[in-house]
Ligand binder design. Structure first.
Ligand code: GLC
Length: 716
């Protein structure tokens, strides 16, 4: 073991020869250390590290995973998995996020930088023991000290680098389904948004837009005039966002396949041949995204679609998901032959069944894949969690070459910490289950801790049928997620906002319009989180460290000014809410009608009608809201509304930029500081406008501790 000091709070311990994941660039200075702080090392069974948790200790982190914001009580395996059933027993989902924060008598963060399987047993096998197990002894582990969970997370975020920033239009509402199969279907969806006066920025193209599921091709029967179709859609106010999958169909004459074979850009198998497994198109090869040249080659393919007007993509099946390999299928079919005509008892039947149920994404298959990393042959199993990461990196680097200074929408299903530099993630195939709204709420904060800011779930649920109430309640939460997309699987009931009855359409129209009015705040908070290495979704106890706040997982802080308490139970016309201090409650139904109530610190049962979204403005804080429009490009926010709850004084920094380019990196953005101070009978308002702002008017609605509302207008 070697130890390095990265800064006074971060120490890195290196075991063996770790694979360079490129997640952390800081090298540090070598120091002498006998042990890792806090941990005991045990090399008996596997390599593992143990730590005795005290009774009060909360364990935050682990990003995309089951269970709560507090991960205690569970066992988690970091190994990116195509797992479409997110039931509580699942140990792995699509992402591998090896960062945790222990918050008890001792407070520290741990990042295990290892791209193979890592098991986090967080008091599952042994109540008070945290055990981190790795299959081999080649990894880096970072220990981060800090005075509280929030500061530890922020140090970690500064260690892993600045987040991806999408274009502003990607903060609009997005509609998806597997699949809108042809031009007419897509047009009808767009027209329904227009007819129903529901804002929308993007419509997604799932796998059926391609010719036989081949990446970078178009099904010319269903999309005969694709290029002009993109333009037509753009003129209507919608961007199209196509999917790109990891597997490349094996088909003579298909250029991506032929080039990949010729240049040796695919992953290989144990015999050195191109590794083959089946996904949507049938048998495929898999681009070796860990190979620099292959990564660039595939990344530049996005040009084909970018050059004809596509401005955003989603990367899928990049764990990589494998339906079956010839080996797996052969074994399963042999078992069938063996069993034919026999009278199978329970165990023989279970055995037969498991041959098929375990055929997909099998460890044995992953172990037979090889990468070419700078000329070295690397077994896939050891670096499994790097695959999706590098697929997104490939797209991001390719698109940067194509678009230059223009931002693009990009997100992935599989991920590893550090991938947040290249794009966002969505949380994969959830279900139209109420439990998954709650899971969604909890996951958002954990993902932020691991660096992922541009995030969202399939609103309304991907699998199984949704009812209108579920879509409403879910959408009411999703208006706060940076990626705001409704997506559903083929074979399920349609769940676009106008797919139910008129009343539901009316409610969802108001909800989605409110999202657009919130964009100035959402974007400002998102960008401040990027620039300041901070979170956007924040657990209540990161700001209020009282005993109750430490246990609240079904409410979140969104940015610095507000707390949300979404309704996630069927047929409930309200919910219990805990206010850690006095707050200003605004139940939003139509955002233009504003009625505020001061609510006192403590517990309450809050009535929340189906068309209402409760928002709590924190004391001495400010929420800015703008106007709504049919899409982000048409938003006019030269005039903004400032809603403030002021006991003494409140301050807000409102960030904005062009929403299109990367010029914000050069300091080309506007920051407006709004200060409100309560005087004896009035308020002093001070607005400091920076050079680049388009803002010219602010309408203030200020509520004091007694609930008295004062209105003022300031011209800038
Ligand atoms: C995967 C994705 C899902 C997509 C489907 C078809 O299941 O997670 O979002 O709709 O594949 O492409």
């Amino acid at each position: 073991m070697k130890a390095f000091v990265l800064d006074e709070n971060i120490t890195k311990y290196t075991f063996g020869k770790p694979f360079d994941t490129e997640t952390v660039f800081l090298k540090g200075t070598e120091i002498t250390r006998e042990n890792i702080e806090f941990f005991k090392i045990n090399k008996e069974e596997k390599f593992n590290l143990t730590y005795n948790m005290d009774i009060s200790q909360i364990v935050f982190g682990l990003g995309e995973n089951q269970r709560g914001i507090n991960k205690r009580g569970g066992i988690y395996e970091s190994f990116c998995k195509d797992e479409p059933n997110h039931t509580p027993n699942k140990k792995s989902l699509y992402g591998a996020h090896n960062f945790i924060v222990l918050d008890g008598n001792e407070k520290f963060g741990v990042f295990v930088d290892f791209p193979g399987k890592v098991v986090f047993d967080v008091g599952f096998s042994n109540n008070n023991e945290l055990k981190i197990s790795l299959g081999e002894e080649n990894f880096d582990i970072y220990i981060i000290n800090g005075k509280n969970a929030r500061s530890i997370v922020r140090k970690f975020l500064s260690l892993i680098g600045e987040s991806y920033v999408p274009p502003k239009w990607a903060f609009g509402y997005q509609q998806s389904r597997w699949s809108y199969k042809n031009e007419n279907t897509v047009l009808n969806i767009a027209d329904s948004f227009i007819k129903n006066d529901i804002p929308c920025d993007a419509i997604y193209l799932d796998i059926d837009y391609m010719d036989k599921f081949k990446d970078f091709t178009i099904d010319s029967d269903n999309f005969p005039y694709f290029e002009s179709f993109i333009k037509r859609m753009k003129n209507k106010g919608f961007r199209l966002v196509p999917i790109i999958d990891a597997g490349v169909k094996i088909e003579k004459g298909y250029n991506v396949y032929e080039e990949g074979v010729e240049k040796g850009y695919f992953c290989t198998d144990t015999e050195g041949k191109n590794f083959t497994a089946a996904v949507w198109p049938g048998l495929c090869h898999f681009p070796d995204f860990l190979n620099k040249e292959a990564r660039r080659w595939f990344g530049l393919k996005y040009k084909i679609l970018a050059n004809i007007g596509i401005e955003g993509f989603w990367n899928d099946m990049n764990e990589p998901a494998l339906f079956y390999t010839k080996r797996g299928l052969k074994e399963a079919l042999n078992e069938v032959k063996e069993c034919e005509g026999k009278n199978l008892d329970v165990y023989s039947f279970f055995n037969l069944r498991s041959k098929f149920s375990n055929i997909s994404s099998a460890d044995e298959d992953y172990k037979s894949i090889y990468h070419n990393v700078d000329g070295n042959k690397v077994n896939h199993y050891k670096v499994h969690n790097m695959y999706g990461y590098n697929m997104l990196k490939s797209a991001s680097e390719g698109l940067k070459e194509v678009y230059n200074n223009k931002r693009f929408l990009l997100f992935s299903r599989a991920s590893y910490i550090g991938m947040h530099k290249y794009g966002g993630i969505w949380t994969g195939d959830n279900h139209s289950w109420w439990e998954h709204i709650l899971l969604n709420i909890k996951m958002m904060a954990s993902l932020n801790m691991c660096g992922f800011l541009y995030i969202g779930a399939d609103t309304g649920g991907f699998s199984t049928d949704a009812n209108s109430q579920l879509v409403i309640r879910w959408t009411q939460f999703s208006i706060f997620t940076p990626l705001f997309r409704n997506h559903s699987s083929m074979g399920t009931r349609n769940q676009e906002p106008f797919s139910f009855d008129d009343k539901t359409t009316d409610v969802l129209r108001n909800v989605i319009k409110f999202r657009y009015a919130l964009i100035p705040y959402i974007y400002s908070e998102y960008m401040k989180a990027v620039i300041n290495n901070d979170m956007y979704f924040i657990p209540i106890c990161f700001e209020y460290d009282d005993k109750t706040s430490r246990r609240i997982e079904n409410q979140l802080l969104v940015g610095g000014s507000i707390m949300i308490a979404p309704v996630y139970e069927e047929n409930s016309a309200g919910r219990y809410v805990y206010c850690p201090e006095d707050m200003l409650l605004w139940k939003v139904s139509d955002f233009k009608n504003r009625k505020f109530n001061v609510v006192k610190k403590g517990h309450m049962y809050l009535d929340v009608e189906l068309d209402e979204i409760p928002i709590f403005i924190r004391k001495d804080n400010i929420l800015v809201i703008g106007n709504t429009a049919s899409n982000v490009d048409s938003l006019d926010n030269r005039e903004l509304n400032v809603i403030a709850f002021v006991e003494n004084k409140a301050e807000y920094i409102y960030y904005d930029d062009d929403g299109i380019s990367f010029d914000y990196k050069k300091g080309n953005y506007s920051k407006i500081t709004i200060k409100i101070e309560k005087t004896k009978n009035d308020y002093n308002i001070d607005v400091k406008n920076s050079k680049n702002s388009f803002l010219n008017k602010l309408n203030f609605e200020i509520v004091d501790q007694e609930g008295t509302l004062s209105k003022k207008t300031i011209y800038i």
